[in-house]
Design a protein around this ligand. Sequence first.
Ligand SMILES: [Ca+2]
Ligand SMILES: [Ca+2]
Ligand SMILES: [Ca+2]
Ligand SMILES: [Ca+2]
Length: 224
Amino acid sequence: MTTTKKMMIAGLFTASLMAWTSSLQAGQITGFTWSSGIASIALDPVSPPVDPNNDNVVGDSPNGILVTQKAFFDANGVADIVFSVTDSGGTTEYAFAEGVSNSTGLDFSQYRIELGFGEGALFVPSTSGDGLDFDAPDEDSTLDFSAFFSTPTLVGEDVILATGGLFPNLAFTTPPFIFSIDVPDGIDSFTLRQIPIAVPEPASMALLALGSIAAFSRVGREPE
Ligand SMILES: [Ca+2]
Ligand SMILES: [Ca+2]
Ligand SMILES: [Ca+2]
Ligand SMILES: [Ca+2]
């Protein structure tokens, strides 16, 4: 074997080893599952973060996660996506782009997302100061729900409530909802919980009105 060939093989081996090593060391989010509240989901292949341990980045993190889902939401009115995580030696900030297709049959007057652990009835909210949060306390990256809501607000560090608009039935988010999540070491998964808040249906509004009338007439009959 010539010296040139040996050098080429050695170079290829080194490159492969580096790629293998970086795939072991990098990567906070490694995969995902979703709950019964979501009819279908498309997620870009989860690849190792371009810039691990970059907390706190100003502007948009190069570590992107794109989730596109058709949502109908389960009986509890929530949809959970669980992301699996491995340590990377620090906190990695991710820019999330979430496409939501509303196939619930209802219009949403608000949209709330929460961070926590576990799913369904076993969901436990993330606590303040545990390292997992929506880019708190700096909030220096894009927060955009403008497809349907003018006012996304960070409530504490683990809840975003989007208000000031309407997300109609059968509509799709264009552009997607954009927010950031700081993912710390020391956890093996976290949950992104979504809670759409529907405009009350005409039937329930009618029941509400009937209830008010009944209460009013009871008050009217109160003895002096
Ligand atoms: Ca940031
Ligand atoms: Ca937290
Ligand atoms: Ca951050
Ligand atoms: Ca943080």
